[in-house]
Design a protein around this ligand. Sequence first.
Ligand code: ADP
Ligand code: ASP
Ligand code: MG
Length: 456
Amino acid sequence: MIVMKFGGTSVESAAAIERVAGIIRPRFEQRPLVVVSAMGKTTNKLLAAADKAAAGNLADALRDAEDLRGFHRTEAGKIIPTESASTMELVLENNFEALETTLEAIATAGQITPLLWDEVCSYGERLSSALVALALPAFGLPAAHLDARSVLITDSRHTQALPLYSRTYSRFKEKAVPLMQGRVVIMGGFIGATADGVTTTLGRGGSDFSAAIAGAGIGAEEIQIWTDVDGMLTCDPRVLPGGHLVKNISFAEAAELAYFGAKVLHPATVQPAIEKNIPVRILNSRRPEVAGTLIVADNVECRNSVKSIACKRDITVVNIRSLRMLMAHGFLRRIFEVFDRYRTPVDMVSTSEVSVSLTIDQTQYLADIEAELSKIAEVTVVPNQALICLVGDALRETPGIAKRIFSALETVNIRMITQGASLLNVSVVVDGADLVRGVEALHQEFFRDLDPEVFQ
Ligand code: ADP
Ligand code: ASP
Ligand code: MG
């Protein structure tokens, strides 16, 4: 058995779904469980409608929902065979009726509570999975739809739920595996449900995570993440085009890259795969012939000390300074407690005798955090920063890396620098305006002499 996950762009239209069918067909004998994201930009559109409803513009929100209904009907209508047309109408009717009810609930509440956020976002994957399952028979593939909420059981941390692994894995064995006999099973990514059946989500980009959980649950031989790039590249193509394809990467390196901004993979994805030692492959649904990137348990020999450069924009640096208390027992705990209470992850930390600097990328509760920290220390906040992270297992044993980083960034002001505790990343914080220039200089320095044929 294998798991194949197709992201939003890979199922964005009738033509894209047809391509997906073409990719699944030669792999039918490997018994694929297929995980799909919402079609195209559906999740963003659902959230935009929810925002309108919360702001009191229910009519506009319902119009957005109508547009989405039209889009799904048009695209699915082009490929779903006529014998399934009435089932398709039923799927659309049920989902859009429920979506309207959810938008009304948001309008009544005047806000998008975490529970309603999950509910409203869930329709993207509920629709895409049901529609893809109806379309596949038209391409000679017997298919069955599996409601992710009946197998992926999570805690109730809405918007960022975590799976209850043992229950989830047994559900996959009981429900998914039998369904996979002679059929391609299609399941929506990103969504799950609590043990009481309340819809939850795993966080934005969470379909990769669903795929890894499904793979671990059924005991898959491989998890394939089909997306819109050839694999993990040596730099973020939206920041700097022209990076090389990384052919092999270790789980640990991939986890660091994902965490520090390589959106191609959700940060939590690799965890369930690591535990069950299942290889993960990143592949391009537009160029299925390309071998992609293979993520494997053990470190892979590589002649380049840096494997890839990840980056994150819109980082905020928080400087906390306390002449009296810093090294006092319990001070760091008090600081981190504040971030914890406001559920704000801290990415990077560096300390000096009198101050701690840290970076965050979620600023929703920044004003509250600042107010609380100000009670115990002097706080300054620096917005619009960017984080650049060099990742490579060999970094820890290669002398001279820091020198090369500093000379490449000669004309860029470095605000913070850390070597991650895992020793496989070195990260710098620079002004947001210097991001592209910084990545370009580092990429030039570390990948200049690279022979793409040899690089892995
Ligand atoms: P999907 O919808 O398939 O989940 P995503 O948009 O989440 O796709 O992830 C793929 C995108 O990740 C690519 O289009 C690319 O812009 C971005 N990305 C960021 N860093 C990297 C990297 N190092 N290598 C490849 N892609 C990257
Ligand atoms: N559709 C969800 C999102 O846009 C999940 C995913 O695509 O992975 O965040
Ligand atoms: Mg993604």
